[in-house]
Design a protein around this ligand. Structure first.
Ligand SMILES: NC(=O)c1ccc[n+]([C@@H]2O[C@H](COP(=O)([O-])OP(=O)(O)OC[C@H]3O[C@@H](n4cnc5c(N)ncnc54)[C@H](OP(=O)(O)O)[C@@H]3O)[C@@H](O)[C@H]2O)c1
Length: 364
């Protein structure tokens, strides 16, 4: 069987934290051109993408069949990251399935699905580990791989399973935003002795590109990535080593965590357009309680030897990541990591997530 190597990629989620480095890697040498879907082509991020060259923007929403068809038509590859924090779990599942089906119908030859672990299944179906934004993707990741067994000669498909961005641990308004308490950078999170397999966004660009460059091997693959399993003692120690400033991790019980900076968000739906009256809709608190339990109890594993093979120069430790981030920030005139993490700077910087930039608003 030979899988057609794509050249023109339709991207959903291109203006997001994940999409920007993915598109950057696809068009860096102009091997690929990209058509990126955005509800707002006038946004700072959409303009940034167009400025890369070889990128055009299609205005519209993924929650619309006509738009999806228009996006896929004339392309031969697709990178689909449906935003579950817009839709909520139930609606995400529907549009992810329709994206796959319409991609086949419109003649896409290689489809990459932006996935997260099916944590509920990996926990042995234990509801303490229910995080809707994980299971909503993870179920579909499995479904796509099973469809691919029948459909692979018509359209190859790969699942790209990422995880919490490392950048979130040094950004404002995330589940792991640090505080600076009497000069000590402090992560107060309910992680116990667990660890978060954080991913480096830059490496996500490399991996996504690798999938499109190697469709023969990638078809049928679930590429599960991470830097390493980051326990937060190690994160704090690495931060101290890189910046020379004090840092600590304080294990926090769930009640204290939810009475902290996220208190106002706790009872809101995790997906900003999900129906709060629908009993399938998870609140922030329920969703991210499951999320932290996944890491605390080490439900998810990664095959780091495989990642070393696919990306020999990948970022392999949190210390390496912090060192790079410190260096890059200085080069870009943003200051050192220590300076950037001070609250007066942290909350002024452009948000990592587009959803935060848009204040959790926007149409479905
Ligand atoms: N935060 C993390 O650590 C993390 C890690 C791995 C995976 N994820 C998953 O990634 C997804 C979000 O992507 P992100 O992390 O890149 O977040 P983000 O920075 O908030 O970006 C959201 C992206 O989704 C697009 N989008 C949202 N609603 C849309 C709609 N109705 N139609 C078309 N495009 C729409 C936005 O495009 P426009 O606004 O331009 O339309 C933007 O490109 C979520 O499902 C999340 O679970 C998150």
């Amino acid at each position: 069987m030979s899988v057609h190597a794509p050249s023109r990629i339709f991207v959903v989620g291109g203006t997001g934290a994940q999409g920007l480095p993915v598109i950057g890697a696809l068009v860096a040498d102009k091997k690929y051109s990209v058509r990126a879907l955005s509800r707002d082509p006038a946004s700072r991020r959409a303009k940034e993408l167009v400025a890369l060259g070889n990128v055009s923007i299609l205005e519209g929403t993924f929650a619309d069949e006509a738009t999806l068809r228009e996006g896929f038509r004339g392309c031969d590859g697709a990178y689909i990251n449906i935003d579950g924090f817009n839709t909520g779990e139930k609606t995400e599942i529907y549009w992810a399935i329709r994206s796959y089906e319409i991609a086949i119908e419109e003649g896409i030859k290689f489809f990459v699905y932006g996935n997260l672990d099916y944590a509920l299944k990996k926990s042995g179906y234990d509801s303490r580990f229910r995080a809707g934004h994980y299971d909503g993707k993870g179920r579909i990741g499995e479904w796509i791989l099973s469809q691919n067994q029948t459909n692979k000669t018509r359209m190859g498909a790969a699942v790209f399973t990422t995880g919490p961005y490392m950048e979130m641990a040094v950004s404002a308004m995330t589940p792991m935003t640090p505080s600076v308490e009497e000069g000590v950078v402090t992560w107060r999170v309910p992680l116990g002795n667990g660890a978060v397999p954080h991913v480096a966004l830059e490496d996500c660009g490399y991996y996504a590109r690798w999938l499109f460059d190697n469709p023969e091997r990638a078809s049928g693959m679930d590429l599960e990535v991470a830097i390493e399993d980051v326990d937060y003692q190690r994160l704090a120690a690495a931060f101290e080593k890189v910046t020379g400033r004090p840092a600590r991790y304080i294990d926090t019980d769930l009640d204290s965590y939810w009475n902290g900076p996220l208190k106002m968000a706790a009872s809101l739906p995790a997906g900003y357009n999900a129906d709060p009256g629908d009993k399938s809709t998870m609140s922030f608190r329920d969703n991210f309680t499951g999320f932290w339990n996944i890491w605390k109890h080490k439900i998810i594993e990664r095959d780091y030897a495989l990642l070393d093979e696919i990306h020999p120069n990948r970022i392999k430790s949190v210390e390496q990541w912090l060192r790079r981030e410190d260096q890059l920030g200085r080069e870009l005139g943003k200051g050192s990591l220590w300076e950037r993490i001070q609250p007066q700077n942290l909350y002024k910087a452009p948000p990592l997530l587009k959803l935060t930039e848009d204040k959790r608003q926007g149409k479905l």
